[in-house]
Design a binder for this molecule. Structure first.
Ligand code: CP
Ligand code: NVA
Length: 305
């Protein structure tokens, strides 16, 4: 494993090892046991999109591992003025021990990983958000005591979260049902890859337009914004089309009675989810946010250690 670009690229064992290490590092941190695994190492963090959780959790995580996080906003580095990814990769690999990148085009991250001799971590593209899903799987495990055999229902846009959740569920043997409007289905290539992964794991993937069908017997109910970063111009249209996919009390009641509610955040209350659900007793959104820290420390320690 040189990079973390997509959970599809990892074996089931590699995913499990990252989750186990994340849980171990969390326990150590809470017991005050230091773990300076990346002492003296530097992680460059390129952002061409905004972030709260990703920036803070990577910076804090790198610091806790004894290393140094270097924030590189695309407004300030020459990449934002048109310097090529190739040249950026070749320069940064001379200074850094790893690169984390959040950007629009997934192909840019693939190119960066191909060109740079140091590990590259995908911290969200238009296509995938693997770090979030590692944190989510860790969270589901903590609440349910297992992953294999559970069912996750994702209701909403067939976006980067839906894609990475499909990949993640397949790797840990969780059934996954995705309900999206007809014109907002998941990417065809990601879906085809995910189907292969589900076949290999024996878990079941269901793709539907019906949120009630998807949520039946779900142990984990997941949703995300209807308007991802870069889609702001489509906001009004999307909010109209997605309204029947809102996770509200009535829909949530159709899941397993002990289901947990998850959202990667940031959330838009009154749109993809109502307050009674996201702020209700079964919501674990802040555990997910916390676990970004622990899961990403596992990723950095594994790739850069
Ligand atoms: N969930 C997530 O990635 O949040 P940020 O956009 O705040 O980093
Ligand atoms: N789908 C959202 C996730 C944000 C963490 C977006 O890409 O904006």
């Amino acid at each position: 494993m040189k990079d973390l670009i997509s959970l599809h690229d990892l074996t089931a064992n590699e995913v499990q090892d990252l989750l186990n290490l994340g849980l171990k590092l969390k326990k150590e941190l809470k017991s005050g046991i230091p773990h300076p695994i990346l002492k003296g190492k530097t992680l460059g963090m390129i952002f061409t999109k905004s972030s709260t959780r990703t920036r803070v959790s990577f910076e804090v995580g790198m610091t806790q591992l004894g290393g140094y996080p270097l924030f590189l906003s695309s407004n300030d580095i020459q990449l934002g003025r048109g310097e090529t990814i190739h040249d950026t990769a070749k320069v940064l690999e001379r200074y850094l021990d790893g690169i984390m990148i959040r950007t629009y085009a997934h192909s840019d991250v693939l190119e960066l990983a191909e060109e740079a001799d140091i590990p590259v971590i995908n911290a969200l593209t238009d296509l995938l958000h693997p770090c979030q899903v590692l944190a989510d799987l860790m969270t589901a495990y903590e609440h349910k005591g297992k992953l294999k055999g559970l069912k996750l229902a994702y209701i909403g846009d067939g976006n980067n979260m839906a894609h990475s959740l499909m990949y993640g569920c397949a790797k840990v043997g969780m059934d996954c049902a995705i309900a999206t409007p007809a014109n907002y289905r998941c990417d065809a290539e990601v879906t085809a890859n995910a189907k292969e992964d589900f076949k290999a794991s024996g878990a079941v993937l269901t793709l539907t337009e019906d949120p009630e069908e998807a949520i039946q017997n779900a142990d984990v109910v997941y949703t995300d914004t209807w308007v991802s970063m870069g889609q702001e111009a489509e906001k009004a249209e999307r909010q109209k089309i997605f309204m029947p996919y809102q996770v509200n009390k009535e829909l949530f009641a159709k899941a397993d009675s002990e289901a947990i509610f998850m959202h990667c955040l940031p959330a838009y209350r009154g749109f993809e989810v109502t307050e009674d659900v996201i702020d209700g007793k079964q919501s674990v959104i802040f555990d997910e946010a916390e676990n970004r820290l622990h899961a990403q420390k596992a990723v950095m320690a594994t790739l850069m250690g």
